[in-house]
Design a protein around this ligand. Structure first.
Ligand code: ARG
Length: 458
Protein backbone atom coordinates (compact mmCIF):
# COMPACT_ATOMS: atom_id res chain seq x y z
CA UNK A 1 0.00 0.00 0.00
CA UNK A 2 1.28 3.46 -0.95
CA UNK A 3 1.96 6.00 1.81
CA UNK A 4 -0.75 8.08 0.16
CA UNK A 5 -3.00 5.10 -0.66
CA UNK A 6 -5.92 5.87 1.68
CA UNK A 7 -8.32 7.34 -0.86
CA UNK A 8 -7.44 4.89 -3.60
CA UNK A 9 -9.35 1.74 -4.41
CA UNK A 10 -6.89 0.29 -6.91
CA UNK A 11 -3.20 -0.31 -7.20
CA UNK A 12 -1.31 1.97 -9.59
CA UNK A 13 -0.37 0.53 -12.93
CA UNK A 14 3.31 -0.55 -13.00
CA UNK A 15 3.82 1.86 -15.90
CA UNK A 16 2.55 4.66 -13.67
CA UNK A 17 4.99 3.66 -10.94
CA UNK A 18 7.81 3.64 -13.44
CA UNK A 19 6.88 6.89 -15.07
CA UNK A 20 6.15 8.75 -11.86
CA UNK A 21 9.07 7.60 -9.81
CA UNK A 22 12.24 9.60 -9.43
CA UNK A 23 14.08 7.33 -7.01
CA UNK A 24 16.55 6.16 -9.68
CA UNK A 25 17.95 9.67 -9.84
CA UNK A 26 16.89 11.50 -6.67
CA UNK A 27 18.43 8.79 -4.45
CA UNK A 28 21.60 10.91 -4.40
CA UNK A 29 19.70 13.38 -2.21
CA UNK A 30 19.59 10.90 0.70
CA UNK A 31 22.18 12.64 2.91
CA UNK A 32 20.26 15.92 2.60
CA UNK A 33 16.90 14.28 3.09
CA UNK A 34 18.11 12.63 6.30
CA UNK A 35 19.76 15.80 7.60
CA UNK A 36 16.63 17.79 6.86
CA UNK A 37 14.40 15.20 8.54
CA UNK A 38 16.62 15.11 11.63
CA UNK A 39 16.32 18.90 11.95
CA UNK A 40 12.56 18.72 11.43
CA UNK A 41 12.20 15.97 14.06
CA UNK A 42 14.33 17.91 16.55
CA UNK A 43 12.15 20.95 16.07
CA UNK A 44 8.90 18.95 16.35
CA UNK A 45 10.20 17.59 19.66
CA UNK A 46 11.25 20.97 21.01
CA UNK A 47 7.87 22.47 20.04
CA UNK A 48 6.14 19.52 21.75
CA UNK A 49 4.32 18.68 18.53
CA UNK A 50 5.67 15.17 19.08
CA UNK A 51 7.07 13.92 22.41
CA UNK A 52 10.80 14.15 23.04
CA UNK A 53 10.98 10.31 23.14
CA UNK A 54 9.39 10.15 19.71
CA UNK A 55 11.74 12.82 18.43
CA UNK A 56 14.77 10.90 19.73
CA UNK A 57 13.52 7.59 18.29
CA UNK A 58 13.00 9.18 14.88
CA UNK A 59 16.44 10.82 14.92
CA UNK A 60 18.17 7.60 15.97
CA UNK A 61 16.27 5.68 13.31
CA UNK A 62 17.29 8.17 10.64
CA UNK A 63 20.93 7.97 11.70
CA UNK A 64 20.83 4.20 11.42
CA UNK A 65 19.26 4.40 7.98
CA UNK A 66 22.07 6.74 6.93
CA UNK A 67 24.60 4.11 8.01
CA UNK A 68 22.64 1.35 6.28
CA UNK A 69 22.63 3.28 3.02
CA UNK A 70 26.33 4.06 3.28
CA UNK A 71 27.09 0.36 3.85
CA UNK A 72 25.07 -0.51 0.75
CA UNK A 73 22.44 -2.36 2.81
CA UNK A 74 19.47 -0.47 1.43
CA UNK A 75 17.67 -1.16 -1.80
CA UNK A 76 15.32 1.63 -2.73
CA UNK A 77 11.80 0.76 -3.80
CA UNK A 78 10.46 2.12 -7.05
CA UNK A 79 6.86 1.91 -5.87
CA UNK A 80 7.76 4.30 -3.04
CA UNK A 81 8.29 6.82 -5.83
CA UNK A 82 11.01 9.14 -4.59
CA UNK A 83 13.74 9.52 -2.00
CA UNK A 84 11.39 11.23 0.45
CA UNK A 85 8.82 8.44 0.61
CA UNK A 86 11.50 5.78 0.49
CA UNK A 87 13.06 7.30 3.57
CA UNK A 88 9.74 7.45 5.38
CA UNK A 89 9.03 3.85 4.50
CA UNK A 90 12.47 2.76 5.72
CA UNK A 91 11.96 4.69 8.94
CA UNK A 92 8.60 3.06 9.63
CA UNK A 93 10.13 -0.35 8.91
CA UNK A 94 12.94 0.43 11.34
CA UNK A 95 11.19 2.10 14.30
CA UNK A 96 7.52 1.22 13.76
CA UNK A 97 4.56 3.54 14.18
CA UNK A 98 6.55 6.43 15.65
CA UNK A 99 8.10 6.78 12.21
CA UNK A 100 4.68 7.77 10.92
CA UNK A 101 4.91 11.00 12.93
CA UNK A 102 7.93 12.43 11.10
CA UNK A 103 5.89 13.95 8.31
CA UNK A 104 3.81 16.07 10.74
CA UNK A 105 3.59 19.67 9.51
CA UNK A 106 5.59 18.86 6.42
CA UNK A 107 4.92 18.01 2.79
CA UNK A 108 7.13 16.46 0.17
CA UNK A 109 6.80 19.77 -1.58
CA UNK A 110 8.75 21.73 1.00
CA UNK A 111 10.91 18.70 1.75
CA UNK A 112 12.15 18.42 -1.83
CA UNK A 113 12.66 22.18 -1.99
CA UNK A 114 14.80 21.93 1.14
CA UNK A 115 16.83 18.97 -0.12
CA UNK A 116 17.55 20.62 -3.46
CA UNK A 117 18.65 23.85 -1.82
CA UNK A 118 21.01 21.97 0.48
CA UNK A 119 22.36 20.00 -2.46
CA UNK A 120 22.89 23.09 -4.63
CA UNK A 121 24.65 24.92 -1.76
CA UNK A 122 27.10 22.03 -1.36
CA UNK A 123 27.70 21.78 -5.09
CA UNK A 124 28.37 25.49 -5.36
CA UNK A 125 31.08 25.13 -2.72
CA UNK A 126 32.61 22.11 -4.40
CA UNK A 127 32.64 23.63 -7.91
CA UNK A 128 34.03 26.86 -6.51
CA UNK A 129 36.95 24.90 -5.02
CA UNK A 130 37.62 23.31 -8.42
CA UNK A 131 37.65 26.74 -10.06
CA UNK A 132 40.08 27.92 -7.39
CA UNK A 133 42.42 25.06 -8.31
CA UNK A 134 42.23 25.93 -11.98
CA UNK A 135 42.96 29.57 -11.21
CA UNK A 136 45.96 28.54 -9.11
CA UNK A 137 47.36 26.60 -12.08
CA UNK A 138 46.77 29.57 -14.38
CA UNK A 139 48.45 31.92 -11.94
CA UNK A 140 51.50 29.65 -11.61
CA UNK A 141 51.80 29.37 -15.39
CA UNK A 142 51.41 33.12 -15.74
CA UNK A 143 54.26 33.70 -13.29
CA UNK A 144 56.40 31.28 -15.30
CA UNK A 145 55.50 32.84 -18.65
CA UNK A 146 55.66 36.58 -18.01
CA UNK A 147 58.28 36.82 -20.75
CA UNK A 148 56.88 34.19 -23.12
CA UNK A 149 55.90 36.33 -26.08
CA UNK A 150 53.18 35.07 -28.40
CA UNK A 151 50.91 36.55 -31.02
CA UNK A 152 47.61 37.97 -29.84
CA UNK A 153 44.76 37.53 -32.32
CA UNK A 154 41.60 39.25 -33.43
CA UNK A 155 39.46 37.53 -36.07
CA UNK A 156 41.97 34.69 -35.61
CA UNK A 157 44.43 36.87 -37.50
CA UNK A 158 47.66 37.88 -35.81
CA UNK A 159 47.11 41.32 -34.31
CA UNK A 160 49.60 42.44 -31.66
CA UNK A 161 52.13 40.58 -29.55
CA UNK A 162 51.14 39.61 -26.02
CA UNK A 163 52.57 37.10 -23.56
CA UNK A 164 51.33 33.69 -22.56
CA UNK A 165 50.98 35.08 -19.02
CA UNK A 166 48.67 37.77 -20.36
CA UNK A 167 46.65 35.33 -22.46
CA UNK A 168 46.18 32.84 -19.60
CA UNK A 169 45.35 35.62 -17.18
CA UNK A 170 42.40 36.56 -19.39
CA UNK A 171 40.89 33.20 -18.40
CA UNK A 172 41.79 33.86 -14.77
CA UNK A 173 39.50 36.92 -14.94
CA UNK A 174 36.67 34.91 -16.53
CA UNK A 175 36.86 32.33 -13.77
CA UNK A 176 36.84 35.11 -11.18
CA UNK A 177 33.50 36.27 -12.55
CA UNK A 178 32.24 32.68 -12.69
CA UNK A 179 33.04 32.26 -9.02
CA UNK A 180 31.35 35.55 -8.20
CA UNK A 181 28.25 34.35 -10.05
CA UNK A 182 28.25 31.13 -8.03
CA UNK A 183 28.64 33.09 -4.80
CA UNK A 184 25.75 35.31 -5.80
CA UNK A 185 23.56 32.31 -6.64
CA UNK A 186 24.47 30.87 -3.22
CA UNK A 187 22.94 33.90 -1.49
CA UNK A 188 19.54 33.22 -3.03
CA UNK A 189 19.82 29.46 -2.54
CA UNK A 190 20.61 29.86 1.14
CA UNK A 191 16.96 30.37 2.18
CA UNK A 192 15.14 27.65 4.09
CA UNK A 193 11.74 26.58 2.67
CA UNK A 194 10.61 23.96 5.22
CA UNK A 195 7.40 25.08 6.93
CA UNK A 196 5.82 26.02 3.60
CA UNK A 197 4.32 22.54 3.79
CA UNK A 198 2.20 21.63 0.73
CA UNK A 199 1.64 25.26 -0.30
CA UNK A 200 -0.27 27.10 2.40
CA UNK A 201 1.99 26.72 5.40
CA UNK A 202 0.75 24.76 8.38
CA UNK A 203 -1.38 25.03 11.49
CA UNK A 204 1.37 23.52 13.67
CA UNK A 205 3.48 25.90 15.69
CA UNK A 206 6.73 25.15 13.81
CA UNK A 207 9.95 26.93 14.73
CA UNK A 208 11.26 27.56 11.24
CA UNK A 209 14.17 29.69 12.46
CA UNK A 210 15.39 26.77 14.53
CA UNK A 211 15.37 24.48 11.49
CA UNK A 212 17.20 27.13 9.47
CA UNK A 213 19.85 27.42 12.20
CA UNK A 214 20.27 23.65 12.51
CA UNK A 215 20.72 23.32 8.74
CA UNK A 216 22.94 26.36 8.38
CA UNK A 217 20.60 28.53 6.33
CA UNK A 218 20.81 32.26 6.73
CA UNK A 219 17.05 32.96 6.44
CA UNK A 220 13.64 31.37 5.92
CA UNK A 221 11.38 31.79 2.89
CA UNK A 222 8.66 34.40 3.40
CA UNK A 223 5.89 33.00 1.23
CA UNK A 224 4.85 29.37 1.44
CA UNK A 225 3.53 29.23 -2.15
CA UNK A 226 6.81 30.60 -3.46
CA UNK A 227 8.75 28.43 -1.02
CA UNK A 228 7.51 25.21 -2.62
CA UNK A 229 7.47 26.32 -6.23
CA UNK A 230 10.57 28.45 -6.68
CA UNK A 231 13.21 26.84 -8.86
CA UNK A 232 14.95 30.11 -9.78
CA UNK A 233 18.02 29.08 -7.84
CA UNK A 234 18.34 25.89 -9.94
CA UNK A 235 18.07 27.93 -13.13
CA UNK A 236 20.57 30.50 -11.86
CA UNK A 237 22.89 27.69 -10.90
CA UNK A 238 22.61 26.09 -14.35
CA UNK A 239 23.19 29.49 -15.87
CA UNK A 240 26.37 29.91 -13.81
CA UNK A 241 27.45 26.41 -14.87
CA UNK A 242 26.72 27.27 -18.51
CA UNK A 243 28.96 30.32 -18.26
CA UNK A 244 31.73 28.22 -16.71
CA UNK A 245 31.59 25.62 -19.44
CA UNK A 246 31.35 28.32 -22.12
CA UNK A 247 34.67 29.66 -20.81
CA UNK A 248 36.15 26.16 -20.63
CA UNK A 249 34.98 25.58 -24.17
CA UNK A 250 36.66 28.72 -25.54
CA UNK A 251 39.82 27.72 -23.74
CA UNK A 252 39.50 24.17 -25.14
CA UNK A 253 39.13 25.54 -28.64
CA UNK A 254 42.38 27.46 -28.24
CA UNK A 255 44.16 24.42 -26.85
CA UNK A 256 42.94 22.36 -29.81
CA UNK A 257 44.24 25.01 -32.21
CA UNK A 258 47.49 25.46 -30.32
CA UNK A 259 48.42 21.80 -30.44
CA UNK A 260 47.66 21.49 -34.15
CA UNK A 261 50.64 21.16 -36.46
CA UNK A 262 49.71 24.53 -37.98
CA UNK A 263 50.05 26.43 -34.68
CA UNK A 264 52.39 24.11 -32.81
CA UNK A 265 52.33 26.42 -29.76
CA UNK A 266 51.91 23.63 -27.22
CA UNK A 267 52.19 19.90 -26.81
CA UNK A 268 49.73 18.19 -24.52
CA UNK A 269 51.09 15.64 -22.11
CA UNK A 270 50.61 12.06 -23.31
CA UNK A 271 48.61 11.37 -20.13
CA UNK A 272 45.98 13.84 -21.34
CA UNK A 273 45.90 12.86 -25.03
CA UNK A 274 44.55 9.94 -27.01
CA UNK A 275 45.46 8.03 -30.15
CA UNK A 276 43.73 6.81 -33.28
CA UNK A 277 42.65 3.23 -33.91
CA UNK A 278 43.86 3.46 -37.51
CA UNK A 279 46.42 6.26 -37.88
CA UNK A 280 49.48 5.31 -35.85
CA UNK A 281 50.95 8.81 -35.84
CA UNK A 282 47.94 10.52 -34.28
CA UNK A 283 47.88 12.26 -30.91
CA UNK A 284 44.53 13.88 -30.37
CA UNK A 285 43.31 16.50 -27.88
CA UNK A 286 40.17 14.50 -27.01
CA UNK A 287 39.85 15.98 -23.54
CA UNK A 288 39.64 19.52 -24.80
CA UNK A 289 37.23 18.39 -27.52
CA UNK A 290 35.01 16.60 -25.03
CA UNK A 291 34.89 19.61 -22.73
CA UNK A 292 33.92 21.72 -25.75
CA UNK A 293 31.36 19.09 -26.71
CA UNK A 294 29.81 18.81 -23.26
CA UNK A 295 29.02 22.51 -23.34
CA UNK A 296 25.94 21.66 -25.38
CA UNK A 297 24.46 19.44 -22.71
CA UNK A 298 24.87 22.00 -19.93
CA UNK A 299 23.27 24.71 -22.07
CA UNK A 300 20.58 22.15 -22.89
CA UNK A 301 19.79 21.63 -19.20
CA UNK A 302 19.51 25.38 -18.69
CA UNK A 303 17.14 25.80 -21.62
CA UNK A 304 15.25 22.67 -20.62
CA UNK A 305 14.55 23.83 -17.09
CA UNK A 306 13.70 27.38 -18.16
CA UNK A 307 11.17 25.87 -20.53
CA UNK A 308 9.82 23.41 -17.95
CA UNK A 309 9.18 26.25 -15.52
CA UNK A 310 7.66 28.74 -17.90
CA UNK A 311 4.05 27.59 -17.84
CA UNK A 312 3.63 26.18 -14.36
CA UNK A 313 0.81 27.71 -12.31
CA UNK A 314 1.41 28.18 -8.58
CA UNK A 315 2.28 26.29 -6.52
CA UNK A 316 3.95 22.83 -6.76
CA UNK A 317 3.36 20.76 -9.90
CA UNK A 318 5.00 17.47 -10.75
CA UNK A 319 6.71 19.07 -13.74
CA UNK A 320 9.21 20.39 -11.21
CA UNK A 321 10.60 16.92 -10.64
CA UNK A 322 12.33 17.54 -13.98
CA UNK A 323 14.71 19.98 -12.25
CA UNK A 324 16.69 17.09 -10.77
CA UNK A 325 18.22 15.35 -13.76
CA UNK A 326 19.04 18.72 -15.30
CA UNK A 327 20.83 20.00 -12.22
CA UNK A 328 22.44 16.68 -11.33
CA UNK A 329 23.82 16.15 -14.81
CA UNK A 330 24.99 19.77 -15.00
CA UNK A 331 26.90 19.24 -11.76
CA UNK A 332 28.29 15.89 -12.87
CA UNK A 333 29.45 17.31 -16.19
CA UNK A 334 31.17 20.37 -14.72
CA UNK A 335 32.66 18.34 -11.89
CA UNK A 336 34.19 15.93 -14.39
CA UNK A 337 35.42 18.65 -16.75
CA UNK A 338 37.11 20.98 -14.28
CA UNK A 339 39.70 18.70 -12.64
CA UNK A 340 40.82 17.01 -15.85
CA UNK A 341 40.95 20.30 -17.72
CA UNK A 342 43.06 21.76 -14.90
CA UNK A 343 45.53 18.88 -15.06
CA UNK A 344 45.69 19.02 -18.84
CA UNK A 345 46.60 22.73 -18.73
CA UNK A 346 49.03 22.22 -15.87
CA UNK A 347 50.99 19.54 -17.75
CA UNK A 348 51.02 21.04 -21.23
CA UNK A 349 54.39 21.82 -22.80
CA UNK A 350 54.84 25.31 -24.16
CA UNK A 351 56.77 25.80 -27.37
CA UNK A 352 58.18 29.24 -26.54
CA UNK A 353 60.27 29.54 -29.68
CA UNK A 354 57.36 28.91 -32.04
CA UNK A 355 55.19 31.35 -30.13
CA UNK A 356 57.93 33.99 -30.31
CA UNK A 357 58.55 33.46 -34.02
CA UNK A 358 54.82 33.53 -34.62
CA UNK A 359 54.55 36.89 -32.88
CA UNK A 360 57.31 38.34 -35.06
CA UNK A 361 55.49 37.48 -38.25
CA UNK A 362 52.46 39.14 -39.80
CA UNK A 363 53.40 42.72 -38.87
CA UNK A 364 52.18 42.55 -35.27
CA UNK A 365 54.34 45.63 -34.62
CA UNK A 366 52.48 47.77 -37.18
CA UNK A 367 50.42 49.59 -34.54
CA UNK A 368 53.60 50.41 -32.64
CA UNK A 369 55.18 51.79 -35.79
CA UNK A 370 52.13 54.02 -36.26
CA UNK A 371 52.27 55.04 -32.59
CA UNK A 372 55.91 56.08 -33.08
CA UNK A 373 54.79 58.50 -35.82
CA UNK A 374 52.03 59.83 -33.57
CA UNK A 375 54.60 60.56 -30.90
CA UNK A 376 56.37 62.64 -33.59
CA UNK A 377 53.20 64.71 -33.67
CA UNK A 378 51.49 63.08 -36.64
CA UNK A 379 47.69 62.61 -36.38
CA UNK A 380 46.94 58.92 -35.79
CA UNK A 381 44.80 58.49 -38.91
CA UNK A 382 47.67 59.77 -41.10
CA UNK A 383 50.16 57.51 -39.30
CA UNK A 384 47.81 54.56 -39.84
CA UNK A 385 47.77 55.21 -43.57
CA UNK A 386 51.56 55.57 -43.84
CA UNK A 387 52.17 52.32 -41.98
CA UNK A 388 49.53 50.68 -44.16
CA UNK A 389 51.61 51.62 -47.19
CA UNK A 390 54.73 50.45 -45.42
CA UNK A 391 53.11 47.05 -44.78
CA UNK A 392 52.09 46.79 -48.41
CA UNK A 393 55.70 47.51 -49.42
CA UNK A 394 56.94 44.85 -46.95
CA UNK A 395 54.50 42.27 -48.34
CA UNK A 396 55.81 42.96 -51.87
CA UNK A 397 59.42 42.65 -50.70
CA UNK A 398 58.80 39.72 -48.36
CA UNK A 399 60.26 41.58 -45.37
CA UNK A 400 59.26 42.41 -41.81
CA UNK A 401 58.89 46.08 -40.87
CA UNK A 402 61.93 45.97 -38.59
CA UNK A 403 64.07 44.56 -41.45
CA UNK A 404 63.63 47.63 -43.66
CA UNK A 405 66.59 49.97 -44.09
CA UNK A 406 66.26 53.57 -42.94
CA UNK A 407 66.23 54.63 -46.60
CA UNK A 408 63.26 52.39 -47.25
CA UNK A 409 61.49 53.87 -44.21
CA UNK A 410 62.25 57.41 -45.36
CA UNK A 411 61.00 56.69 -48.86
CA UNK A 412 57.55 56.15 -47.34
CA UNK A 413 57.81 59.07 -44.90
CA UNK A 414 60.67 61.50 -44.24
CA UNK A 415 59.61 61.68 -40.58
CA UNK A 416 61.26 58.33 -39.81
CA UNK A 417 64.67 58.26 -38.09
CA UNK A 418 66.80 55.48 -36.59
CA UNK A 419 64.97 55.56 -33.20
CA UNK A 420 62.06 53.74 -34.90
CA UNK A 421 63.94 50.44 -34.62
CA UNK A 422 63.95 50.40 -30.81
CA UNK A 423 60.22 50.93 -30.73
CA UNK A 424 59.21 48.11 -33.00
CA UNK A 425 61.09 45.16 -31.58
CA UNK A 426 58.67 42.53 -30.41
CA UNK A 427 59.88 42.99 -26.82
CA UNK A 428 59.28 46.73 -27.00
CA UNK A 429 55.81 46.18 -28.42
CA UNK A 430 54.95 44.08 -25.37
CA UNK A 431 56.77 45.99 -22.69
CA UNK A 432 55.73 49.47 -23.75
CA UNK A 433 52.17 48.43 -23.03
CA UNK A 434 52.44 49.44 -19.41
CA UNK A 435 48.80 50.34 -19.05
CA UNK A 436 47.18 48.41 -16.21
CA UNK A 437 45.67 45.28 -17.76
CA UNK A 438 48.30 45.25 -20.50
CA UNK A 439 50.89 42.55 -21.26
CA UNK A 440 54.14 44.31 -20.22
CA UNK A 441 56.12 42.56 -17.52
CA UNK A 442 55.59 45.59 -15.32
CA UNK A 443 51.80 45.64 -15.56
CA UNK A 444 51.54 41.83 -15.47
CA UNK A 445 53.47 41.81 -12.20
CA UNK A 446 51.01 44.23 -10.66
CA UNK A 447 48.06 42.12 -11.76
CA UNK A 448 49.70 38.86 -10.68
CA UNK A 449 50.18 40.39 -7.23
CA UNK A 450 46.48 41.28 -7.12
CA UNK A 451 45.51 37.80 -8.32
CA UNK A 452 47.75 36.08 -5.83
CA UNK A 453 46.01 37.97 -3.01
CA UNK A 454 42.65 37.22 -4.57
CA UNK A 455 43.38 33.48 -4.37
CA UNK A 456 44.43 33.80 -0.74
CA UNK A 457 41.19 35.58 0.11
CA UNK A 458 38.77 33.69 -2.14
N1 ARG B 1 9.80 13.71 -6.31
C1 ARG B 1 9.12 14.96 -6.23
C2 ARG B 1 9.94 16.03 -6.93
O1 ARG B 1 11.06 15.80 -7.18
C3 ARG B 1 8.93 15.36 -4.80
C4 ARG B 1 7.74 16.19 -4.51
C5 ARG B 1 6.50 15.45 -4.83
N2 ARG B 1 5.34 16.11 -4.33
C6 ARG B 1 4.13 15.72 -4.72
N3 ARG B 1 3.15 16.32 -4.20
N4 ARG B 1 3.96 14.79 -5.62
O2 ARG B 1 9.47 17.08 -7.22
Amino acid sequence: MKLWGGRFTKETNPLTDDFNSSIHFDNILYPYDIKGSIAHAKMLGKQKIISSEESVAIIEGLKEILKDIQCGKVEFDISAEDIHMNMEKLLIEKIGDTGKKLHTGRSRNDQVALDMRMYVKDQIESIDAMLHNLQQVLLDLAVEHKKTIMPGYTHLQKAQPVTLAHHLSAYFEMFKRDRARLADCYLRTDIMPLGSSALAGTTYDLDREMVADLLDFKAVTLNSMDGVSDRDYCIEFLSALSMIIMHLSRFSEEIILWCSDEFNFIKLDDAYSTGSSIMPQKKNPDIAELVRGKTGRVYGHLMGLLTTMKGIPLAYNKDMQEDKEAVFDGVKTISMCLPIFTDMVKTMNVNKKVMYEGAKKAFTNATDAADWLVKKDMPFREAHSIIGKLVLYCIEKGKNIEDLSLEEFKKISPVFDETIYDHITIEACVNNRKVIGGPSIESMEKVLFINRNYLLEN
